[in-house]
Ligand binder design. Structure first.
Ligand SMILES: [Zn+2]
Ligand SMILES: [Zn+2]
Length: 356
């Protein structure tokens, strides 16, 4: 099955947390946490529409200025989601600069501050000098922050001695194109299939006509195909994919229950593992998870794949051992040691982006 979400960690296992998730069908991207993102190209940064910030410890939020710098001249609305007090932290960053010579810039930053099931929406717009403007309050039923036809984002609040958000990214339904059937209808592969998927997700009726245009050599072709024909014969629906991002949480029973409620049946579970099991006391004192806690959580949630990140730099000389410990715990808790190798990181570098 083709991955709907193109996810990779921006930095290495010891670097600042930032998970980039490309949504190729929408030429758009999401970012989970906003640590150092200087390794991302301007092209990738410009695609970011929504940023989900777990909490504002500096290693999770220091990239805000960098992103602002790249997006500043763009006519764009950037949505940020974060825990209680988040709008004050964003405002504090914005107040750190002078905004008297930005005529013609129209960037707006929409902050969604999550407190329990309440979400406060505040806007900071460049034409308004980035002054705070309260927009609305709403309720996030079952932690639902974003509900679009192609994906949903939910959150739960974890204890990290301060509130820290964990997120799930879910695809309501996964749509696959049967290329053999497509060819049998004499239709080409192409970007028009994105429109088909969009129409199916939006529940449009069967008699909606989809325009297909293509060329072969000098000849141009065009056809209008009823959506129903494609829905029944070409596009196969299956359960949607699910990605989970959990970081900076103490290994308590309350956190475990909240994480499991969020992460049930994840296809890919990114989980911090700050410390090895031998330093469990230190992990607890710093309100972080251990490798074994992370591996067991991923297995208990029924995750198909598991990736650890955010190891303490203290263990830089034995990162591979920490990853192995987490993966062994995952495999053991799943009851199938052989699955670990194929379904997980084999080395600290897997799952990370080339610098671009
Ligand atoms: Zn933290
Ligand atoms: Zn952290």
């Amino acid at each position: 099955m083709v991955n709907s979400f193109r996810a990779f960690l921006v930095n290495d296992l010891f670097g600042d947390p930032a998970l980039y998730v490309g949504l190729p069908w929408a030429r758009r991207a999401l970012l989970f946490d906003l640590g150092d993102i200087s390794a991302l190209s301007a092209g990738r940064l410009l695609k970011i529409s929504d940023v989900f910030v777990s909490h504002t410890h500096i290693d999770h939020f220091v990239g805000f200025d960098y992103l602002l710098r790249v997006l500043l001249g763009r006519p764009k609305v950037l949505r940020l989601y974060g825990p209680p007090g988040f709008s004050d932290h964003v405002e504090g960053k914005l107040r750190g600069y002078a905004w008297n010579l930005v005529d013609g810039y129209s960037l707006s930053i929409e902050v969604h501050e999550v407190q329990g099931d309440q979400v406060r929406r505040v806007c900071f717009s460049c034409p308004e000098g980035f002054r705070r403007r309260h927009v609305a309050d709403s309720v996030a039923v079952e932690g639902l922050l974003v509900d679009e036809p192609e994906f949903r984002v939910r959150c739960v609040t974890l204890d990290h001695r301060i509130p820290c958000l964990a997120f799930s990214l879910e695809e309501p339904v996964h749509l696959n194109v049967d290329k053999v059937r497509l060819e049998a209808l004499g239709l080409p592969v192409g970007p028009w299939l994105m429109d088909v998927k969009r129409a199916i997700r939006a529940g449009e009726p069967d008699d909606v006509l989809i325009r297909v245009a293509w060329s072969t050599g000098d000849r141009r072709y065009e056809r209008s195909v009823p959506l129903g024909l494609l829905r029944q014969g070409v596009v196969r629906a299956s359960p949607g994919q699910k990605l989970v991002y959990v970081t900076d949480a103490v290994g308590s029973e309350e956190n475990r229950e909240r994480i499991l409620a969020l992460a049930r049946d994840a296809d890919l579970f990114f989980c911090e593992a700050g410390y090895p099991e031998r330093d469990a006391d230190r992990a607890r004192a710093r309100y972080h998870l251990t490798t074994v806690q992370a591996g067991r959580l991923a297995a208990e949630a029924g995750s198909r794949r598991f990736a650890v990140f955010h190891l303490s730099p203290k263990y830089r000389d034995c990162g591979g051992d920490l990853v192995a410990e987490a993966m062994a715990a995952f495999a053991e808790a799943k009851g199938s040691p052989s699955r670990a190798a194929g379904a997980s990181q084999r080395s600290p570098s897997i799952g990370h982006s080339p610098r671009a």
